[in-house]
Design a binder for this molecule. Structure first.
Ligand SMILES: Cc1ncc(COP(=O)(O)O)c(C=O)c1O
Length: 129
């Protein structure tokens, strides 16, 4: 079992910030972002810290397998229908572009945490569209 610490507000203090939790145990994972303490919401930069090397290797492998792709020329309405169809008809989830301040015809596809079979099923849905 691991504990995930969201330390996004860690540096907002009048006193000395508490230690980064991940430095205290290899069962602790710390995540942080620049949006709050650094006052740059929307910059979409963050980080993850762990002393656990095998866990870090897994996170890096997962990160490398997250892709952002786009459908050129698709209208806002087309994309809304597309996302709805993916979700309701095919039970396939993607992160629509507006979640990360990109145009709606961009999406993030994550395939680092699924089995190869599920990933293949997800891709086959796109071929049907
Ligand atoms: C506790 C906490 N963690 C993480 C985030 C996400 O930060 P970001 O906007 O950098 O993705 C937020 C944003 O509201 C937050 O309140």
């Amino acid at each position: 079992m691991y504990l995930l610490f969201d330390e996004t507000y860690r540096d907002i203090t009048y006193g000395k910030p508490l230690p980064v939790a991940a430095t205290l145990s290899d069962k602790a994972i710390s995540v942080c972002s620049m949006s709050k303490s650094w006052g740059v919401p929307g910059i979409r930069i963050g980080w993850l810290v762990t002393k656990n090397q095998s866990l870090m290797d897994m996170f890096i492998a997962a990160k490398e397998q997250i892709g952002i792709t786009g459908i050129p020329g698709a209208s806002e309405k087309d994309m809304q229908e597309f996302y709805e169809r993916l979700k309701t008809k095919y039970k396939t989830y993607v992160a629509p572009g507006y979640w990360f301040k990109m145009p709606t015809n961009y999406m993030r596809i994550g395939f680092g945490w699924t089995t190869p079979e599920d990933t293949q099923k997800g891709y086959s849905v796109f071929q049907k569209q």
